[in-house]
Design a protein around this ligand. Sequence first.
Ligand code: ZN
Length: 468
Amino acid sequence: MKIFLQFLGATRNVTGSSYLLEVNGKKILIDCGLYQERELRARNWNPFPVDPKSVDFVLLTHAHLDHCGLLPKFCREGFKGKIICTPPTEQIAKIVLLDAAHIQEEDAHFKKKRHEREGRKGPYPEIPLYTREDVEKVFPLFETIEYEEPFRIDNLINISLHDAGHILGSAMIKIKINSGDSEIVILFSGDVGRWNKPIIRDPSMFEMADYIIVESTYGDRIHEDPSNIKNILSEIINSTDKKGGNVIIPSFAVERTQELLYYLSELLYEDKIPHLLTFVDSPMAISVTEVFKNNEKYFDEDMLRRTYSDNSPFYFSTLKLTKSSEESKMINHIRSSCIIIAGSGMCTGGRIKHHLVHNISRPECTILFIGYQARGTLGREILKKPKEVRIHGKMHQVKANITQINGLSAHADQSELLKWLSGFKLPPKKLFIVHGENDVSLKFADIIHERYSWNVSVPQYLDKFTLA
Ligand SMILES: [Zn+2]
C-alpha cells in the first residue's frame, strides 16, 4: 500500500486550499481553491501541479472561493470525475463561482480597455481566468452526500463529511483507508468554525485520526467577545436613527449577511432598535439567503425554533430584498433611517459603492464594517477615515461616522482551534498545519508541540509526504 499526501496550496499562506491524496495510484483532490493574496495570484494562471485529467475525485470542504474557486479551470483542463460535497455547499458554490466568473470577465474587459488607452501590457493576459461557460461545465460533476453519511470511493477508501460549523454546509473530511489488517484515518479540518455561532451547528469533534490536516488562520489570536456584537449594533443603529441618517453596511454575501440579519431580527424582537427599513441590496446575498431558507435541516436548534416562530431572521416585516437594479436605485432617495446591507464586503465592487457615494459625505450617516478589510481595498481606505476618497472616479468627502464590529469571524480563534484539537484522545502520527500566514502557522505549531508533544509539520508549497 502506497499513500502520498501533497500540499498544493494554503501552505504558509491563507488562500488557494488544495491537497492531493494518492492511494495506490487513485488520486483524490481535497479542495481546489483560488489564490487571493496579491503576491500569489500568478499561481491561479499557472498549470496545476497535478494533471486534472489524472484526478479521480474532488472532495470539497465548503463553498468559499479560496476552497472551490479554481474548479472551473480544473474542469476546463480535463477533470472528469465527481465533486463530492454537502447539498448546501453545492448550491452556494454555484452562486459563488458564477459571481467569480462575472467579476473576472468584467475585470478582463476593463483591464484590456485601460491597457489599450495607456498603450501598455499588464503582467497577466487580459482574458478572464474562466468564464460563465466554464463554470456551467462544473455543475454536472457535483454529487452531494449528507453529513456523517459514508461514501465509498473504491473498495479501499471510504470518506465522510462532518459539520465544520464555519458556513452553511461546510465540512471536515474524514478519509478511511483499509490497508489490509489495519485502517488509516486521515482528517482534513477544512475551515474550523466556531462554537455558539448563530444559525449553524458547532464544529464536529473527533477522538482519533492517524493524520490531521488543520487550518490555522487565527492560530495566534483570540477573537473579541461575540456577546458584545448586539450591544454595539443596537447603539450604532439607535444613534444614527436619532441623527436622521442611514446605516450603510458593506457585507459578504455568504454567511455574514445572514448572520447580520439574525442579530438585527433579534434586536427587533427584543425591542432594542426601531423598526427601520432594512435592505439587502445584493442579488448574490439574496440568492445565498434563499439557499439558507431551503436548507433548514442544517440549522442549529435555536435557529430552527426561530424559523417556526415569529422571530425568523429571514422574514421580519421591515426586511426588503432588492434584486433588480431599479429597486436598488430607489433606495438612493431614502435620506434617513434605513439600514442598507450591500456587497461587496470590502467595497471593491457591487452596489455598495453607489450607497457610499450617496451617504459617505453626510455626517448623520454611519458606514459600519463587519468584516475583515484587506490591504489595497476601498473598505480598508475608508476605515482609515481620510478626508476624502475616490469612488467611481470621483472624490467624495468622508463625513459619515466610520465604525467597525470585529466579533463576527467565521473562523475558530486560537482557543477554539485548541479546543477542537483537545478532542483527540490519542496523538496522531503527524499533524500538518496549513491555511495560515507563515508566522502564524509556525507559532501555532510551537504551541501544539509544547502542549501535546505531537509530531507537527508546517508544510511548504508542493511538499509531498509518504503516509504509508
Ligand atoms: Zn472558509
